[in-house]
Write a protein that binds this ligand. Structure first.
Ligand code: SAM
Length: 188
């Protein structure tokens, strides 16, 4: 049986909403695991755009994609996810995934911040097509602190319920601030 953690839940959710030929966005490429996952789901006729502000992350992602033969339909952008609307048209994206925090094995001081994260979610919601989805994995505590998480949760709770359905879930009995899985559906 698959492990039950934030990442596996996000992947199950994404898998059930993405098909061959879709356009998807990985808003936080990091080491490339989510980018590779999306690239496999959209297949040769689909397309994935992946963003990160660190060249180290994009280099890692590029080498993982090449290793797995998934590089052809992925474009990597050294840019903040807050600018993602410059690279895709409104209403065309099937899935956007965010994995907040810092690059695993990298500099913990370079990490996501509430202001740009919220700007990116806002832009992403407009890029989603009808029935499109967004998954967020919110880390907090430890090096990440609580500021970004608190701001994100406040923002997510205020999203227009006539246009989007927002699920904020939690591992109620897991110790050590387990990451929070969030799932957003764009309504028709
Ligand atoms: N999904 C990744 C994977 O599969 O390995 C893990 C992502 S890691 C937890 C978070 C990443 O977000 C880091 O690589 C960091 O550089 C990146 N990041 C931080 N601020 C960003 C921003 N404004 N725009 C895009 N990426 C950002």
């Amino acid at each position: 049986m698959q492990k039950l953690n934030t990442l596996s839940l996000a992947h199950q959710f994404i898998e059930s909403h993405v098909s061959d030929g879709d356009l998807c966005i990985d808003a936080t490429a990091g080491r490339g695991y989510d980018t590779a996952f999306l690239a496999r789901l959209v297949g040769k006729t689909g397309k994935v755009l992946a963003f990160d502000i660190q060249q180290e992350a994009l280099d890692s992602t590029a080498s993982l994609l090449r290793e797995q033969g998934l590089h052809e339909n992925v474009t990597l952008y050294l840019d903040s996810h807050a600018n993602m609307a410059q690279y895709a048209a409104y209403g065309t994206v099937s899935c956007i995934t965010f994995n907040f925090g810092y690059l695993p094995g990298g500099d913990h001081h370079i990490c996501t911040h509430a202001e740009s994260s919220i700007a990116a979610i806002e832009a992403g919601l407009l890029l989603l097509k009808e029935n499109g989805v967004m998954s967020l994995c919110i880390y907090y505590g430890g090096d990440s602190g609580f500021e970004e998480k608190n701001a994100l949760i406040d923002y997510l709770k205020a999203i227009d319920s006539r246009k989007y359905t927002v699920l904020i879930t939690e591992f109620a009995n897991r110790p050590n601030n387990p990451p929070i899985p969030v799932f957003i559906y764009k309504r028709t």
